[in-house]
Design a protein around this ligand. Structure first.
Ligand SMILES: [Zn+2]
Length: 275
């Protein structure tokens, strides 16, 4: 069994603020440690369920040299391999090889959610919302669509209550969730201790992988339109002469294609973040 672990930092137990997830900040090393150990818990759970190949992909943009590179390699369980990307949705190798299931660890809820830790969608400052065929999605939706492109189902989401709820609403009641903390607002809440959270994730991963058909692979629909509402109109201007991306109103761009992956790629890989 081949398992893909897609991970983010904001949904890890013990993590409450940007200082713990931003490269070079005083609390970042603490955040990395908490993050790496939750990933190890998922790796142990996957192995207990019979996984023979486990690939971990860090999707957290910590900034500086740490973007998509927040895991502490030295501390990672030797039962996995890990991917360091240069940009989001760049790596698809394990999916192309044929992947039985994906587990999403440390997720946070989409931009605008009021009861989630550090809620945002891709960028807290530059992006306001993302829609696939009219349905608003967060990062769980984006990563689930990536997995679904190669027929890989997402069987587990871990994070706070808002991230778990968002996962179930999008992917269905068959999705297993592990809630490791309860957010009050964007930077406050009640946490399980790290040791307890790790036990919950290990067991949750093992149990989720017992039924590979519990959740169908996510497909936003065919054809597919990806809409992104950006923070400001100047930011949309980069697409004014793009042949495949439309500017809908001052700051919303749309990319349409026969399927999600084509629609996503034709805007995302030509997207330039503002200086
Ligand atoms: Zn993140």
């Amino acid at each position: 069994m081949r398992v893909f672990i897609v991970s983010d930092m904001e949904g890890v137990a013990g993590i409450s603020n940007w200082q713990q997830v931003s490269g070079g900040e005083s609390l970042y090393e603490e955040g990395r440690k908490l993050y790496t150990e939750e990933i190890n818990a998922a790796v142990r759970g996957a192995r207990a369920a019979g996984a023979t190949e486990i690939v971990v992909m860090d999707c957290h943009g910590a900034g500086k040299g740490w973007s998509f590179n927040s895991l502490i390699p030295e501390d990672l369980d030797e039962g996995c391999e890990f991917v360091v990307q240069k940009e989001w949705t760049e790596y698809t190798g394990v999916l192309e090889d044929g992947c039985d299931a994906a587990l999403f660890v440390g997720m946070h809820a989409m931009a605008g959610t009021s009861d989630g830790f550090m809620t945002h969608t891709v960028s807290g400052t530059e992006w306001r919302s993302v829609r696939f065929n009219g349905t608003e999605v967060g990062e769980t939706g984006i990563n689930a669509a990536l997995c679904g492109t190669w027929g890989c189902p997402v069987l587990l989401v871990t994070g706070d209550q808002a991230a778990c709820r968002e996962g179930r609403e999008l992917l269905g009641a068959g999705l297993a969730t592990v809630q490791v903390k309860t957010a009050l607002g964007r930077f406050s809440g009640r946490h399980r201790t790290p040791a307890v959270a790790r036990r919950m994730i290990e067991e949750g991963a093992r149990a989720a992988l017992a039924d590979l058909k519990a959740v169908p692979p996510y497909d936003p629909g065919k054809p597919c339109e990806v809409q992104v509402e950006l923070a400001t109109p100047d930011h949309a201007e980069q697409f004014r002469h793009h042949p495949l991306v439309e500017i809908l109103d001052g700051r919303t761009i749309a990319s349409k294609a026969d399927d999600w992956w084509t629609a996503w790629r034709q805007f995302y890989f030509s997207y330039r973040w503002p200086d």
